[in-house]
Design a protein around this ligand. Structure first.
Ligand code: SF4
Length: 412
């Protein structure tokens, strides 16, 4: 049972009440770090230095650690590392083995179960990489991987082969070669900085990279993909925001999976980015035990809008090695999309996509709203299941042929 239910007195409340509970903002609190001075707690470098990274720390901080979690935490020394910032750790409900934060952050023994169709590079990024750290899969844009480090590590990460370097991928981006490629390929108009997490860089290093990209005349649009505002809201300082606002148009995509991640500190950090004129979008991964529930997803997307973030994508979880225990089904994803479209603000409805295995790119998947098309009409279904007809000819032209024999009334 999740903390949200426990707070309601042990019984699962009706959906409307549960939705409102999930949308409430709470501070992350200090938890086991109650005696830490404010100056340290609010310092992002202190938060990074005091991440939970070992099984010994986990056992001490989370006495309810299960056998499978303990085994997973030991195994994480040789695969995707474990790291959880104190801020994010405090969102774990120690009483709840099915806590959605726990499933995302604490390694589990199930990560060792690898199906034949699962791989370490499910989106085929390495095969679309003309120079190390640059993925050129779509015609007019590139993914610029700047680091293999994150503030915390998500157990379902598509780039777990690369991030944290626990499995020996040995990622060394070469910024000169990456930027040189972008400079020579004038068809590229959009660069997405990702990793790892670019906001782990110092302001100076990030400014250097953004300046070099902005100096290229054909680059119209810059983006940063980051989970830092959620893991480490202390990093979103006024100085960082002032630096970023020099590089407009610059968009930021954050990554949030559960409404509990949107704490008061996170809401304020996102507000600072929005105040700097940065349009914010969110990407979620559909995850079993976390957000494959229509009420949770609705609370998440509505709470994101309150935080001035537009829900952008919901990804079907990639076929990443050892992720079966976290993957929900496409059928479930479609049901959740049906529960959103028409039932809440259009701005709150993200696009559900599958990143086609092997490198096919993002493919939108939608519930069927077009029931049929024939010679004279398109038959559609609305969000309530009611059926309507839209009249048009087979060639898409209006079926009504206006008369050429018309009469112009005389002016009086
Ligand atoms: S923050 Fe992003 S890149 Fe880092 S571990 Fe999580 S999903 Fe992977």
């Amino acid at each position: 049972m999740s903390r949200d239910f426990v707070e309601a007195g042990g019984e699962e409340p009706p959906p409307d009440q549960r939705l409102q509970q999930l949308k409430q903002f709470h501070p992350a609190g200090r938890g086991p770090w109650a005696s830490v001075p404010d100056a340290d707690w609010n310092d992002w470098k202190w938060q990074l230095k005091h991440r939970v990274t070992t099984v010994e720390q986990l056992e001490q901080l989370l006495p309810t650690l299960t056998r499978k979690e303990r085994a997973g935490a030991i195994l994480s020394r040789t695969k995707l590392a474990m790291a959880i910032t104190p801020h994010f750790f405090n969102l774990i409900d120690p009483k709840d083995e099915n806590c959605p934060i726990r499933w995302q952050m604490i390694p589990r023994l199930e990560e060792t179960n690898v199906a034949p169709w699962e791989t370490s590079d499910p989106c085929g990024e390495d095969s679309h990489s003309p120079v190390p750290g640059l993925v050129h899969r779509y015609p007019d844009r590139v993914l610029f991987l700047v680091t293999d480090r994150c503030a915390a590590y998500c157990r379902y990460c598509t780039r777990s082969r690369l991030v944290s370097n626990a499995s020996g991928y040995d990622f060394h981006p070469e910024f000169d070669r990456q930027i040189d490629y972008i400079a020579k390929h004038t068809e590229i108009r959009d660069v997405l900085l990702s990793g790892g997490d670019p906001l782990l860089f110092s302001d100076e290093k990030l400014e250097y990279l953004l300046s070099r990209l902005r100096a290229l005349k054909h680059i119209e649009f810059l983006r940063i993909g980051t989970r830092i505002p959620l893991f480490l809201p202390q990093r979103i300082t006024p100085e960082l925001c002032a630096m970023l606002r020099q590089f407009h148009p610059l968009f930021i995509s954050v990554h949030t999976n559960h409404p509990r991640e949107l704490t008061t500190e996170v809401r304020d950090a996102l507000g600072r980015l929005a105040d700097a004129g940065i349009p914010l979008g969110n990407q979620s991964v559909l995850l079993k035990h976390v957000n494959d529930d229509p009420v949770v997803m609705k609370a998440l997307v509505q709470k994101l809008l309150i935080c001035r973030v537009r829900p952008y994508y919901v990804y079907q979880c990639d076929l990443i090695a050892g992720s079966a225990h976290l993957r929900s089904s496409v059928r479930r994803g479609l049901d959740i999309m049906k529960s959103l479209r028409g039932h809440t603000t259009g701005y709150a409805v993200p696009q559900y996509v599958i990143d086609a295995p092997g490198g096919g790119g993002k493919v939108p998947v939608n519930p069927d709203y077009v029931l049929s098309r024939n010679a004279d009409r398109v038959v559609i279904r609305n969000f309530e299941g009611k059926v309507f007809e839209y009249i048009e000819g087979a060639d898409g032209a209006p079926r009504f042929k206006p008369s050429e024999d018309f009469h112009v009334p005389e002016m009086v």
